[in-house]
Design a protein around this ligand. Sequence first.
Ligand SMILES: [Fe+2]
Length: 390
Amino acid sequence: MPHYRAEGDIPRKRHTVHRVTGDVVFEELIGADGFSGASSLLYHRCSPSAVVGIDAIDADPAAFQPNHPVRPLHLRTGMLDTDDSVDCVTGRRVLLGNADIELAHVRGSGRSALYRNVIGDELIYVQSGSATLETSFGSLAVGTGDYVLVPMSAVHRWAVTTPSIELLVISGSRHITIPSRYLSSEGQLLEGAPFSERDQRGPVFGPPAGNVEGEGVDVLVRTRHGMSRHVHATHPFDVIGWDGCLYPWALNIGDFEPVVGRIHQPPSVHQTFAGNGFVVCSFVPRLLDFDPSAVKVPYHHANVDTDEVLFYSAGDFVSRAGSGIGVGSISVHPAGFVHGPQPGSFERSIEADRTGETAVMIDVFSPLGITAQGLQVADPEYAWSWSRQP
Ligand SMILES: [Fe+2]
């Protein structure tokens, strides 16, 4: 949970009359877990409930096929039939998912529609490019290597500031948080946590780019049943101030401080976020295990209760060299399959003292399904990659 912030024009006491140029403003609570979790209060010039139209739009929920017979997968996002002219919301290609999580990829451009996801928080990893996340809380500039955490129900849109941007979208079914073991009982990031409050970037409050006046403003609302369109009488960015602990924020993966050891450390030391039914870990450039006899590539392991997803973001992936894995790849090593380093990688790692890889791992605690789009870019030879000679 981010820390308390107060921006713009807010009344001294909450839930009291507040006027701007004589007009009473409208207070909106955006809060998690009923009234028991983190929350913020936003002050609108017009009612945030004033809608003048509601309809369904043509966007079916993702259909997942079971991974049967169970096998390791390699999805090549570079082979997705992408069109850079799509936006970062409606252009997403869902690849993997279950009731707890969906993983999607998009290469988008321009400014997206206004959007809110009421299924859960979204954690978006920026693989390349830059954008401004425009929200009711202000604008958040994001770029390559950023994790962007957008709370459930927060109205926002993506304004891409480079020719295109490439995103890995992790959509949760509830909230995505900082692991509790990194936090004091009061919520401060502890000494020894792999990042600190200085690394968390919140939105800059001010007039958002674009028109905030006018009538008939569309907001796409994502639910488990698909996408709805709410036509608001006035723009939801008509906020004059807000305060609280619930707002979008960003963390760059380069600000994650890796833990290294004399012998190999388990992936849990790289945990960055916790979701409902999954965790997210960051693998960043770091020194390798430094005992003279240490095996510097991961040992074979079976995830007895986890489907392990790895998105390969940058650098060389020594442990999987020769498998076809490269930047933009997504591997899925499911429960029931023992996986380990590529044959020959141990020998190649003996003289190495550091790794330059950057990768995002998502460990999912229930079996993942795969969409037809995911299957289209799956490497049919990947399952045999460990049995090939180096
Ligand atoms: Fe693994």
